[in-house]
Design a protein around this ligand. Structure first.
Ligand code: ZN
Length: 281
């Protein structure tokens, strides 16, 4: 039986009394709750960080949930995977990069990628910026032991590094106001201290810096149609289930304001949504 953290409060309003259990979205020992005060949905008993380093490391749980979907709904899973591959090849996962380029400052300084995995995306992005005469210093943050070691080796070759730690400890070790860009791609839904992390993001951002966020959209039509079989559910590694409203409420609690979060970035036909935020003045 894995260890879990109980009595998690709502990260937006800090309430413990407005939480209702959602049995239809819970699985085994993993309890999903909704805060009736602010409609934030989250896992009440996420595993602690130590479990994410190895037992529930992303590379393991992601493989498990793909095979589970294949065995429970084989046709839908195959169709979903093929269409994901097609979308990836068409758009080459460029949305994060495009949003960053469009809104980041000319002198980005440090670029932080939280949940950088093997570091490949961060390295590719920094190389592209260097070809265009920018000189960013890349810092990856990764909690999975295996992925962090691989990322650190590669990032060191281009003058960066990977911090192997949870995001809150890692960000606390970074100097204030040094970063023009913080990337949080498919990360914030894994973070049970999301508000505390966003406050740290606000601290490390330069006054003209931005953070780009990609998270699953709990308000997507697909979630309503597929219910519990929605691809955004991952037990226990997805611990927050954001809608556009709850994502923005949480950011504003951390003094981060929206720079871009238009209908194109949170269209309900997509399982994901994208936001660009910056320090509130
Ligand atoms: Zn709440």
């Amino acid at each position: 039986m894995p260890i879990s953290i109980h009595n998690r409060l709502c990260d937006i309003c800090q309430s413990s009394t407005h939480l209702v259990h959602l049995p239809h979205y819970s699985l085994d020992e993993w309890e999903m709750v909704e805060c009736l005060n602010c409609q934030y949905t989250f896992l009440a008993n996420p595993p602690p960080y130590q479990e994410l380093e190895t037992t529930f490391a992303w590379e393991k749980t992601s493989q498990q949930s793909t095979s589970q979907r294949h065995s429970s709904t084989p046709i839908q899973a195959v169709v979903a995977q093929s269409s994901k591959k097609l979308r990836r090849s068409l758009f080459k996962r460029r949305k994060i990069r495009d949003l960053a380029i469009a809104h980041m400052p000319e002198q980005p300084g440090t670029i932080v990628d939280i949940g950088c995995m093997k570091g490949d995306t961060l390295i590719r992005f920094c190389k592209e910026l260097r070809e265009n005469h920018f000189n960013p210093t890349p810092i990856g943050i990764e909690i999975s032991t295996e992925l962090a070691q691989r990322a650190d080796k590669k990032l060191k070759k281009i003058g960066g590094r990977c911090i192997h730690a949870d995001a809150l400890s890692a960000l606390s070790s970074i100097a204030p106001s040094c970063s023009g860009l913080v990337i949080m791609s498919a990360y914030l839904e894994h973070e049970y201290q999301a508000l505390a992390v966003l406050k740290q993001v606000s601290r490390v951002l330069k006054s003209d810096g931005i953070a780009v966020i990609k998270v699953p959209n709990f308000a997507s039509w697909n979630r309503h149609i597929m219910g519990k079989r929605w691809c955004g559910f991952r037990y226990p590694d997805h611990v927050n289930y954001f809608t556009p409203k709850t994502l923005m409420k949480l950011c504003s609690q951390a003094d981060l304001q929206s720079v871009r979060f238009s209908w194109r970035d949170r269209f309900p036909t997509s399982d994901n949504m994208y936001a660009v935020v910056a320090k509130a003045p």
